[in-house]
Design a binder for this molecule. Sequence first.
Ligand SMILES: [Ca+2]
Ligand SMILES: [Ca+2]
Ligand SMILES: [Ca+2]
Length: 133
Amino acid sequence: MSDKLFHIIAVTLAVTLSVTLLSNSLYANEVSFDSMDSNGDGRISKDEFHDTIVEWGTFSDFDMNSDGYLTSEEFAETGYNSGSFEEWDVNNDDQLDEYEYYDGVFDHYDENEDGHWQRAQWQDAGDDGFWDI
Ligand SMILES: [Ca+2]
Ligand SMILES: [Ca+2]
Ligand SMILES: [Ca+2]
């Protein structure tokens, strides 16, 4: 193998490797349990969830007319049980604001109702595609 060819192969491998590492770390920053658990106690409180999720903004994906609220029609697109809409609409104005929506999502997966997500509950949200943002 010529030195030049070897050089080209080495550079190609190095670039491929760094792109792979970079994309993995970006992915990890966006959706890892640990990055969300900002106080590192091994569980995610509702506040920790809110702090991160508001920045990611999955809400806006469903707020089709971008008025800051989900109607029952917009909510139907989220894939959650349509019966949840009234339950999540805490102030009964027939629409969900961002906090009502995220509170509803959080409580939906907080199956042991301790106000925190353990790792398995975070994973359940992932299994439902919640982190596919
Ligand atoms: Ca925590
Ligand atoms: Ca809307
Ligand atoms: Ca409401």
